[in-house]
Design a protein around this ligand. Structure first.
Ligand code: ACM
Ligand code: ZN
Length: 531
């Protein structure tokens, strides 16, 4: 089988109308170009192209390109190197190859002129590396596909209750003692009381990225114009920190920590203690200065490795219940003259923001950071619907939209009869594709605060790298197109056809995408709650 047929180009030539994301404009002529590794004619910074893109926002100007394929020549025009890079990604897809250095699988190209630029600057994917560790090689491989889809941000969720995944020189115990769990399977682990064990424990599962690993990932992403944003969770989702630094927990959690060690203690089906006087181990203590000293030292090392302007500080799902009974939290609230734990979380995030700003960076956090008062310079990542994002825009803050109903790639992408266990709800490709981030309620003069969209791959039910690819693709294609293409260009049936072609391409490189051809469709009954 020839590459051209394998990739679904049943017509003789690869068409620019088959690529993802759909460009702003495509003109096709009847001629064909036979590609022989031609040198492209590249024209950066011409007055004419600057004029053509004059009305665009700066980020779009920088990324804009024109790719012209005639019988004898391929020409690229752009304002900057970034535009040339994106033109190359369009060409790569037409040639049926992943990277410019790969051999094309289709060398007959339809002659055309593509004019293109992104709708949003932020076109992201989040990968959870805590619930199951993703290998460095996996991350490098996804960067290749992200580049092919013209995505711009890889957000790494690096810390959570299931394990601390980044080497921190000042606190080596974080990785020595809090990066492994006693068994591989997440569900078994949590039901048995969420025990972490030291590195090297026989049978233990886990691991972490060294700073060199992370630098390699960041440097590779940079060559593909992808920014890697680190996420260090706080104040919630931080139980792994207590494994090593119990002094950062609320005084109200001392009893819980003792009971946690007792295998006969009363627990619910999820393995959580349900005895009187116990709380869920989860939130760092905002009443202790030691908490901030710890986080600032950690963040200093994080920022030394990650050059991104935005540093993700989590902020989601803090329970805050232990705070109400903690001597240090109560004292802090008294000193601050505040009465609610939401305000205490707001104090926590604002204090961290001040520190991050002092290092020339800015924070981004999940939408719960709106509660109790948003930190003055924070960017909000809206996951519980889009209302948090809309509120933040109203307050003149930047926003990334990733509502779980559309953008959570850990959910079932097909009828549960046709896929392995996933998280809670049904989010098929069509649903992800249907997401429109720019609500009509956003005033025009505030639309610039809408930075873009992101797909999130949480990993509670994603045990292997191969399974992670199965969850990512093709839904990540939909995220990429929503982030790049103009809304009037979006149309599901055509996209689905193009998605099968792009799936074929990445599958030919060994990626384990969900096979759209096998899609059964919506479950006939209610979804079973599986979490
Ligand atoms: C989240 O899904 N807890 C951000
Ligand atoms: Zn406390």
């Amino acid at each position: 089988m020839t590459g051209a047929i394998m990739l679904g180009f049943t017509a003789a030539a690869a068409s620019p109308l088959d690529i993802i994301p759909m460009p702003v404009s495509v003109e096709v002529t009847s001629a064909q170009h036979t590609y022989n590794g031609d040198e492209l004619k590249i024209d950066i910074g011409s007055k004419a192209f600057a004029q053509k893109t004059a009305g665009l926002e700066d980020f779009a100007k920088e990324a804009a390109y024109e790719l012209r394929i005639t019988k004898n020549r391929i020409t690229v025009k752009a304002n900057a190197e970034l535009g040339v890079f994106y033109a190359m990604q369009s060409l790569n897809q037409m040639l049926g190859r992943l990277r410019p250095e790969d051999k094309p699988s289709c060398t007959v190209l339809q002659c055309c002129r593509i004019f293109d630029y992104p709708r949003f600057p932020y076109r992201g994917l989040m990968i959870d590396t805590s619930r199951y560790l993703r290998s460095k090689e996996f991350l490098l491989r996804q960067i290749d596909v992200m580049a092919l889809m013209k995505m711009s941000v890889l957000h790494l969720h690096l810390t959570d209750d299931e394990g601390w995944r980044m080497q921190i020189d000042r606190y080596p115990r974080l990785t020595a003692e809090a990066s492994h769990r006693w068994c591989f399977d997440w569900d078994t682990w949590r039901k048995a009381g969420r025990r972490l064990v030291p590195e090297g424990t026989p049978g233990a599962y886990g691991g972490y990225y060294t700073k060199d690993d992370l630098r390699e990932i960041i440097a590779y992403a940079e060559t593909k114009h992808i920014t890697v944003i680190p996420e260090i969770e706080m104040p919630g989702h931080s139980a792994e920190v207590f494994k090593t630094y119990t002094e950062l927990a609320c005084t109200s959690l001392r009893h819980t920590m003792e009971r946690q060690k007792d295998p006969t203690a009363k627990r619910n089906a999820k393995g959580e203690l349900v005895e009187e006087g116990t709380f869920r181990l989860w939130d760092l203590c905002p009443g202790k200065d030691a908490t901030f000293e710890f986080l600032e030292n950690v963040l200093d090392e994080v920022m030394e490795v990650f050059p991104s302007k935005l540093i993700h500080i989590g902020g989601d799902e803090a329970i805050k219940k232990a705070w109400t009974e903690c001597d240090d939290c109560k004292k802090r609230m008294q000193e601050l003259g505040i009465e609610t734990v939401d305000e205490l979380q707001s104090y926590f995030i604002k204090r961290i923001e001040k520190f991050v700003n002092s290092r020339g960076r800015r924070i981004i956090g999940w939408n719960e950071i709106l509660k109790g008062g948003l930190a003055p310079d924070a960017t909000v990542m809206s996951w519980q619907g889009i209302s948090g994002g809309l509120k933040a825009i109203e307050l003149d803050h930047d926003v990334v939209m990733c509502p779980e109903e559309y953008c959570y790639l850990d959910r079932y992408q097909d009828n549960p009869d046709n896929c392995p266990r996933a998280f809670r709800t049904y989010v098929p490709l069509s649903k992800t594709y249907s997401f429109e981030p720019a609500s009509e309620t956003i005033p025009k003069d505030r639309l610039h605060h809408l930075l873009g969209v992101q797909g999130n791959l949480w990993a509670e039910f994603v045990p292997t790298d191969s399974h992670a690819e199965y969850m990512l693709y093709p839904r990540a294609f939909a995220i990429a197109e929503t982030g790049w293409s103009q809304p009037e260009k979006k149309e599901y049936e055509g996209f689905r056809r193009r998605a099968t072609l792009l799936e074929n391409l990445i599958v030919s490189y060994g990626y384990n995408a969900f096979d759209l051809k096998t899609e059964m469709g919506a479950p006939t009954g209610p979804m079973v709650e599986t979490y």
